[in-house]
Each structure stands twice: as C-alpha cells, then as structure tokens.
Design a binder for this molecule. Structure first.
Ligand code: FAD
Length: 397
C-alpha cells in the first residue's frame, strides 16, 4: 500500500486548508443563523476564487473541466473540505451533483451532456437524485412504486419520493422509476432526467429534519410526481439499468462521504481540544486536566486515525482494482466512519456543555445533520449484514 502524496497534491492541500480557514470558516456564523439562499451571492464570489486558483471540481474528469484526481487524492481533498459545511459546495464537488456528473458523463447522450452535464460541472445549475419513497423501504429500493410509463414519445411519471436532497432550487432531478414491472427485480427500474419546472413535478415541502427544514442546497425535498411527462430522450442509460448504474456510483460516492465525515471529525476534535484546554473547571484546573476528558481525546484521535486509514486503503484499492474487488471494504468504511463521526461529535459536544447545544459553535449542526450518516447511502445494519454474509460465505467455501 502506497499512500505517498505527490508534491503537487501536498501544495494543493495546503492551499485548500488555508482557503477553508480564511475564506469559509468566517462565513459559518451566517450559515448557521441565516437562510442558505441569502449566502449565495457571497458563495458565488468564493467559487470564482476557487476557479481562479485552479482547484474547481477536483473529482471531475479533466475533459469536463475538473482536476481528474484519483480517489485517494480526492479523498484527501474531501477531508480538508469537510472541516466546514460549506467546503464541498464552494469547490464544486458536492453531493448529489458530484454523483450525477459521474452518471451523466458515463451514460448521458451528447444532447443530455450539452444540456445538463456542462452547466452542472460549471456550477451554473444544481441537480438532485430522487430514489427513496415515503411508503417503501429505502434500504431495499427494489421495492419501488414510482412508475415511468411510455405514452407516445414520452414517459409519464407517477409516484411520491422524499429525501430528495437539494431539490429546492435544482434544475433537474435524476428519478428512479419502474419502467418494466415484469422484469427481474434488479432490471425493473430506469433513471429518467426530469427538469424541475416540468408540470407534475411538485416539490411539496422541504422536510423538517431534526427541527430544521433548511432551504436551497441545504434541504431535503418531498416530491409528488403526478402525470409528470418528459420525452423518452430523457432516459439516462439503457432502460432497466437504473440499479446497475446506481451501484457503479456507490464506491466513489462512499469515499467522498467517508472522507467528508473525517473532515467533520477533525473539526469536532479541534474544537474539543481547544475547549478542553481553555475551559477552567476550578481555580487551578481546566477540563484538559481531567482524566475522563483526556481519555476522550485519546480515543477520538485513535478512532479517527483508524477510520482514515481504512477509508484511504479502500480508495487505494478502488483506484487499482476497481469497486467490485473492494466491495467488502466499501461496506466496512460506511459504518465504521459514520460511527466514529457520531462518537467524536458527541464527545466534543459534551466537552462544550451548554455551549455545545447552541449554534454558537458548529457542533450542534454536526450533531443534528450528520446523525443521518448512519441511515442514508445504506443504513449501518445493511452494510454489516452484507459484510458478514460475504465473510461467512468465503469461510464456507
Ligand atoms: C439526510 C438524508 C439525505 C438523504 N438523501 C437522499 C437523496 O438525495 N436521494 C434519495 O433517493 N434518498 C435520500 N435519502 C434516503 C435514504 O437513502 C434512506 O433513508 C435510506 O436508504 C433508508 O431507507 P428508509 O429511510 O426508507 O428506511 P427503511 O428502509 O425503512 O429502514 C429503517 C431501518 O431499518 C433497519 N434496516 C433496514 N434494512 C434492514 C435489514 N436488511 N436488516 C436489518 N435492519 C434493517 C435500519 O436500521 C434502517 O435504518 C436521504 C436520507 C437522509 C436521512
């Protein structure tokens, strides 16, 4: 295993860290207290600076205007950006657009690429990914009710989705819908591009998540598709290939998520250490003098390092051997890193006492919003079951 980071990459990471500290961290108070939409003009200026620095869209292929980094390098960038909730958005590598860029790049028609991919990579428009349904288990998406039925030269889509992240203000949705109910389960669904201004695309609400509905990019939409009609040219990839394409997206997407979560861990850890050192708990002692706090610092540090190595090793394997060979690792990092993040953020919040519960630090935001890491992109239990199944099958064989 060779994790050597090139000199060019080290220089880029140093630039990114400085940019995050100087340009983005100062915006966090506004981010925590104002609608996201009100920050957009300021964030547009920051994005322009990132483009000038030549650091825009680090994960996207060079021919699309990105940096084309491999997964290990991209993981390191993601970690550096994850220290602030604004990082990925300002550098043009934010979910779910990053995944949709990948899908469009690999499977889009020339016209789809011209209309959707080019402006998406440039950050001129946003998109969303609409798979999970209110009435069906997202953990087993083969059980899906939304349909896309052919009618003349169109598809007519009907169904109810929710948790369509960033639907508010998006230009288009990639919708998973059943196109052939008679096909084998994993061949039933297709991906269809639906412009969000299509009649019958109804953003019912931004779901209130842990007390916050959010807005614009930082929101999760519930969407009713009722007789929503789009041309059949909007099919993305072959008909029936929806789940196969979603699978392809999984490995790289997992690395982005896990390294971003490690960025969250780092920030929470920094806050915990700073607070422990500064907070007087008696005339002669700070919290950092207390053994229990020292144990939290040591445990957090060790857990972050372990989770980080596991994730970088997985990225390294995907880069060299492809995502299929790394399937076991991809399941593993999901629950290991999400659990590490939850514990580290919780300890950091505890060290802050009442302050930790306020929006005067980032910790309450992390605590509310990053809890979902153990649910989305395959809940912990599903990852553990699939990992154990493969391990036991190998033993039996
Ligand atoms: C913040 C957030 C953002 C999201 N963004 C998107 C998005 O952009 N697009 C999109 O389509 N979806 C999105 N989702 C939805 C997400 O993918 C689903 O919530 C997830 O797949 C789980 O599905 P579910 O909520 O229906 O839970 P269910 O499938 O009902 O599962 C509930 C619980 O049951 C347990 N469980 C499930 N299966 C098993 C099993 N086989 N064995 C044992 N236990 C099991 C797990 O503990 C799980 O948490 C998002 C969700 C959240 C919270």
């Amino acid at each position: 295993m060779d994790f050597q980071v090139s000199e060019r990459m080290q220089a880029a990471l140093a630039l990114i860290r400085t940019f995050v500290d100087r340009e983005l961290v100062p915006l966090e108070t506004a981010f925590l207290t104002q609608p996201f939409r009100s920050l957009l003009p300021e964030l547009a200026k920051k994005r322009a600076k990132v483009k000038q620095m030549g650091l825009w869209a680090p994960g996207h292929p060079q021919e699309l205007g990105g940096l084309g980094l491999d997964l290990v390098d991209l993981g390191l960038v993601s970690e550096a950006l994850g220290r602030t909730p604004l990082g990925h958005f300002v550098f043009g590598c934010h979910a779910p657009d990053a995944g949709n860029v990948e899908i469009l790049h690999l499977h889009g028609t020339p016209e789809q690429k011209r209309r959707w991919l080019a402006p998406l990579v440039a950050g001129e428009i946003r998109s969303c990914f609409s798979m999970t349904e209110v009435e069906m288990p997202g953990s087993n998406p083969v059980m899906m009710e939304t349909t896309a039925v052919k009618d003349g030269s169109d598809y007519v889509i009907n169904g109810q989705k929710w948790y369509t992240t960033a639907a508010d203000g998006a230009a288009f949705a990639v919708v998973m819908a059943i196109t052939d109910p008679e096909a084998p389960p994993h061949r039933r669904a297709s991906m269809v591009i639906v412009p969000c201004d299509t009649p019958g695309f109804d953003l019912v609400r931004n779901i209130n998540v842990m007390g916050h509905a959010g807005d614009d990019y930082f929101s999760h939409g519930e969407i009713l598709y009722h007789s929503c009609r789009v041309p059949q040219e909007n099919l993305l990839g072959p008909e029936g290939a929806g789940f196969a394409i979603a699978q392809e997206r999984l490995g790289p997407g997992r690395i982005h998520h896990c390294m971003r979560w490690l960025g969250v861990c780092r920030r929470a850890f920094e806050l915990m250490c700073a607070r422990a050192a500064a907070r007087r708990i008696s005339p002669t002692e700070t919290l950092a003098d207390k053994d229990i706090v020292r144990a939290w610092v040591a445990e957090s540090y060790a857990e972050i390092e372990a989770a980080r190595l596991l994730t970088l090793h997985t990225a390294w394997r995907i880069d060299r051997e492809g995502w299929r060979a790394a399937r076991q690792d991809i399941s593993m990092i999901k629950f290991v890193v999400a659990g590490t993040m939850q514990r580290v953020v919780d300890r950091a919040l505890q060290v802050h006492g009442g302050l930790g519960m306020t929006d005067d630090t980032l910790l309450a935001f992390f605590f509310r919003h990053e809890r979902a890491a153990r649910i989305y992109d395959g809940p912990d239990e599903v990852q553990k079951l699939s990992l154990a199944k493969r391990i036991l099958a190998e033993r039996r064989a």
